[in-house]
Design a protein. Structure first.
Ligand SMILES: NC(=O)C1=CN([C@@H]2O[C@H](COP(=O)(O)OP(=O)(O)OC[C@H]3O[C@@H](n4cnc5c(N)ncnc54)[C@H](OP(=O)(O)O)[C@@H]3O)[C@@H](O)[C@H]2O)C=CC1
Ligand SMILES: O=C([O-])CC(=O)C(=O)O
Length: 272
């Protein structure tokens, strides 16, 4: 039975916790933390097996647990990831954009080796990473075009220095066209999937990102194109947004749960 600590009790964290609580796989949620005390208390109230709420994020990995599951923010990853590994615990990261900072990536990669622990990055809101991983050495171009409703893009850092008024958009509009490196820092809660693609493929400066706002869509759509000596791959994933957080797709939550299930279960493993 794996012992799990949860960092982030928002939309994704809540659904991960409810699944663990349903005894769907051999795991127990023992400790939780969220910057919002109200979010952690509200989550614990919903659970039959009540985890302890710790006083700060660093207290999660000092407990008797196997893995810390991060579903909070890129800042949370930057703050705690190294100490989780130093405390000899595994780590699952959903706010993957944090790893596009090369110094953070290198420090965490070395720490995994030094402390013999693993960082898990679920495929999140996209599909096709297995194929891209296999053709990595022959990949020449990689791009993702993400289309979301304007309300799903609200609050992104990008708009602090932009004249675009999301409330006034009445037809499909290109909001951003650039590299994955720029995209994850300007849209930290919207385009972690571009970080996953970058880390799997040809890096964050070569991976191209377009973000479109479409006032007539009810989906978060990710269209991925990869080409090179191997041929060409395209993937289009039309996700329904989570009902509590329109930035986050339902698939991202299911992917986190599936990765955790795989971590906790001794079963036949399918796929790359
Ligand atoms: N890899 C992928 O494919 C995907 C990744 N994501 C990412 O997963 C993460 C979770 O998503 P979701 O649950 O929908 O987001 P929510 O905003 O619903 O929940 C995040 C929770 O974490 C809290 N939080 C933020 N920063 C910290 C911190 N430093 N320490 C402790 N708690 C913190 C927030 O509190 P407060 O509200 O007070 O800030 C909030 O309660 C996000 O970073 C999101 O961008 C989402 C979709 C796809
Ligand atoms: O859930 C999605 O569709 C994508 C997302 O928010 C992210 O990658 O951060």
């Amino acid at each position: 039975m794996k012992r799990i600590a949860l960092l982030g009790c928002g939309s994704m964290g809540t659904q991960i916790a409810l699944t663990i609580d349903s005894n769907d796989f051999p795991a127990v949620l023992t400790h939780v933390y969220d910057a919002s005390k109200a979010a952690s208390s509200s989550l614990v109230e919903k659970l039959n097996n009540k985890p302890e709420i710790v006083e700060n994020s660093h207290l999660l990995s000092s407990q008797h647990i196997d893995i810390v599951v991060e579903a909070a923010s890129q800042d949370a990853v930057k703050d705690v990831a190294l100490s989780v590994l130093q405390n000899k615990k595994d780590l699952m990261i959903m706010s993957v954009g944090a790893l596009l900072d090369e110094s953070i990536y290198d420090i965490l990669s070395d720490a995994c080796k030094d402390f013999k622990k693993t960082i898990y990055l679920p495929s999140g809101a996209i599909a096709g990473l297995d194929g891209i991983k296999s053709v990595k050495s022959e990949l020449e171009s990689l791009s993702i075009t993400t289309t979301k409703h304007p309300r799903s893009l609200k609050g992104a850092k990008f708009f602090e220095n932009s004249d675009i008024n999301l409330d006034k958009i009445d037809s499909i509009t290109t909001i951003f066209d650039g590299t994955a490196k720029e995209a994850v820092s300007l849209f930290p809660a919207n385009i972690n999937v571009a970080a996953l693609l970058s880390l799997t493929g040809i890096g964050s400066k070569q991976t191209k990102v377009r973000i479109l706002a479409d006032p007539n869509t009810d989906k978060n759509t990710h269209h991925i194109e990869a080409s090179g000596k191997f041929g060409k791959m395209t993937f289009t994933i039309e996700n329904f947004p989570d009902k509590n957080n329109p930035k986050t797709s339902r698939l991202a939550i299911l992917s986190a749960i599936e990765t955790l299930k795989k971590y906790c279960s001794d079963e036949i493993q399918i796929g790359t």
